[in-house]
Design a protein around this ligand. Structure first.
Ligand SMILES: C[S@@+](CC[C@H](N)C(=O)[O-])C[C@H]1O[C@@H](n2cnc3c(N)ncnc32)[C@H](O)[C@@H]1O
Length: 185
């Protein structure tokens, strides 16, 4: 399976880079394509995967499925045989969710799937999709719906997104906690 991240943010924020590096570690560099990347930013991503300036919508990749929280159909292990490409929005989480993925796909005649209705960060969504096409069903995975992070200054940062748990711990990018503590959210 190939994983495609369509970068839909105005800039390539440090937070995006942290998530994109994590995605590369999850799926492997050879199975990852970043699309809609400005030429000036290509160099920052080329060690993580293939980099394309064009939108995935212009690449004619087939058979393809777009992961969208507002899709009516859940991704299932059987979809492994149906699709060669899974596409994710390179969108930073927003609260309340703004349905930017659905907006982006408005008017497109494409297959879509959800991973439940709760909003996950792009790297979490990729991790969950990979587990599903490897054979797990969504309801067999464990999740945490809000992450509370102590900053160490008597304060905490609350991230109102869904995180997947492995052995009781949220799967987070290396350096995630330090990044949030330093930059806030
Ligand atoms: C942070 S989410 C974007 C959320 C944004 N608020 C929205 O409503 O589209 C980034 C990407 O992860 C994937 N994603 C996150 N949660 C998902 C879910 N529950 N179902 C399907 N895809 C999801 C989608 O591809 C989405 O574009």
């Amino acid at each position: 399976m190939n994983f495609v991240i369509e970068h839909l943010e105005e800039k390539l924020y440090p937070w995006c880079l942290l998530e994109y590096k994590h995605i590369s570690q999850i799926v492997g560099r050879k199975n990852l394509i970043f699309t809609c990347i400005k030429s000036a930013h290509k160099v920052k991503l080329k060690s993580f995967g293939r980099v394309e300036c064009r939108s995935v919508l212009d690449l004619n990749l087939k058979p393809v499925c777009f992961l969208d929280p507002s899709s009516k159909k859940e991704l299932s292990p059987e979809d492994k045989n149906k699709f060669d490409y899974l596409v994710f929005g390179g969108i930073l989480g927003d609260y309340p969710p703004r349905q930017r993925t659905a907006e982006w796909l408005t008017g497109q005649k494409v297959e879509t799937r959800n991973l439940g209705t709760k909003q996950m960060a792009t790297d979490t969504a990729v991790y969950v999709a990979k587990r599903i096409i490897e054979g797990k069903r969504l309801n067999e995975l464990k999740f945490l719906d809000t992450l509370h992070l102590a900053t160490g200054k008597g304060e905490e940062v609350i991230l109102p997104y869904r995180y997947v748990l492995e052995k009781g711990k949220p799967v987070l990018a290396k350096g995630f906690l330090q990044f949030v503590k330093k930059n806030g959210f």
